[in-house]
Design a protein around this ligand. Sequence first.
Ligand SMILES: [Zn+2]
Length: 287
Amino acid sequence: MKLIRKKSIFLALVALIVFTLVASTGNPRYLQSQDRQPMKNCWIAGSAVKPEHLVGFCTNLTKLNISSLTANLNLSAKERFLAAIQSKLPIVPPAGNYEYILLRAYGAAFINPNPEIKLPPKIVFADDKEVKAFQATLTMGKVNNTNDCYLQKAAANAFNRAKAQVAIALKSGYGASDCTRDFATNLRFWRKYAHNKTLEKIKEGKETKILGIVAPPGASQHLWGLAIDLQVTNAKQKQALYQNGWFQTVEDDIPHWTYLGELLDKLAELGLQNKVVRGASYWVTPL
Ligand SMILES: [Zn+2]
């Protein structure tokens, strides 16, 4: 009996020492992860998330509730954001390159947790063919009381719920160009505002302001069926949009609203940063 008790005390001591060692060398909070599955290395080339931060939950990331996971972890905003978008954008472009600059400007949409919502497999489409191939995979829904304003179905449903609460007009009223666009429309808008050298300057990191006026060819959120341009003039309209997962996410693009499919109090948890510019409240990426 005495021997058994001694043995138990010894085992408890060993367990305590092992736990202390693990806790001091690793990140103890990851040991509390709900994911007890065998782990494999899921480090993404160029990602800002350090591999050791991913260990313990990356394998089954898509199966987990990202919101509760990120809330439990003491990660930086950037790390929380990259964790939140991982199921929608498995390959994050290297910091500083053109795609990364575009992800910083338009990537808030990637936090959308709804499995029915599709995000593009890449940040920028090369041409009309690529856009058409992506758009062919989308399930679309119509915005009520418009001629031809279509969005991804879940986004359209959410917007229609906001519209049922309070009247919200499209920016131009033309429908299609305020909603889901094709590559040609994106290109036409771009040529209206940009000149020959603009794209080069963006790629060199010397020009960012234009990204809030018009998206470079192939990079618009409107190609994804997750953006709509609106005339929002009062707090009641904003409230209805927020309650239904719609937010302003592109700095300085006042009429432009993005479907995030999350509630306001979740956005910071997922790493988005609130930026108030001239009275407009944007939720931008932490990149
Ligand atoms: Zn827009």
